[in-house]
Design a protein around this ligand. Sequence first.
Ligand SMILES: [Zn+2]
Length: 361
Amino acid sequence: MFKDQSLKLKFVFFAGLFFCSNFFLALPIRSASALAAWALNSNGTLKLRTSSGTKLEAFFQSSNKDKGERVWVDFPGELSRPRTLKGNGSVKEIRLGKPSKGKTRLVIEFSPSVKLEPSKLKLIGISPNTWELKFFGLEINSFSSIEEGNILRNSIKRTFEKIKTKDLDISSLPNVPYGKYKVVIDPGHGGSDPGAVGINGLRETDIVLEISKNVSEFLTKKGVKTILTRKEERTLDLQPRVSKANNSRSNAFVSIHANATRGKRSDVNGIETYYYSGSRGYSLAKNIHKQILIASSQSPDRGIKKSRFYVIRKSSMPAALVEIGFVTGLYDSALLRQKAYRDQMSFAIAKGILNYLKVSN
Ligand SMILES: [Zn+2]
């Protein structure tokens, strides 16, 4: 999250994955900088392409005296050719520099008349090596696009990771008192509502039903009583899901979904977890989110978010809704298609729930 006065927006993406330096050889910016290409589009979106595994930091500085508001992003790796590009319209200039040895900084300076909404600025990883930052408060088409390098080239690796079947050892899951807890697992959609339909017909309902059943099975083996809102492919409204949950007096409610973008954008990928309110709801979401991110080292982290989704708003116990990836995403769909991956995600969700039960009850 951006804060006023150059506070740090932190966004760590694929921590721990680094590529060897020859990865940079063919990049348009001749340096070891992790920044490969960038584009500031007239729709007010900054797009970045970096090497995979890059950790970025973004900053906001409000305007002072004669200087307009500035947003900058720091990249690892030193830029060989610092330069300033003249802007147009609302964009005064763009500077590429090396703030210190071994670093690259991309600064966008707006005209003094521009007032951004810093609380809304967020740098989001949308695939293993592409990023997006939407400038709220900036008028669309108040400048014409400026870019360097080819933002689309290699924007997603075409060779996907084949997930190896791992031994999912029940004894490695956290222990909770046997028979003490009850958890509702809600596979989203079903029957006449397949949910999101993605690449090559990959359907949300199929994925989430299978994963929900697996989660339930893992929890059962750990002595947690589970209630599935649906056990088969059938249509089920939101309201009966919630009634079932509320009547059961369970300790937690977890709704499982897969995501989609409206325009079926294959470049958008990632995992996000929602809660509605309360520290327990947040804790449940956080515990699940943490585990699925570990299990899916490849899908971008879109964060833990607050939302008013019906099922988590109306249920009377701590509730979370998890979006385990985009069926429309080139990257995520390739992962979700693999049974080994779905099993891993199920195991991770169960682990997150057990961790939550341990700390919160
Ligand atoms: Zn859904």
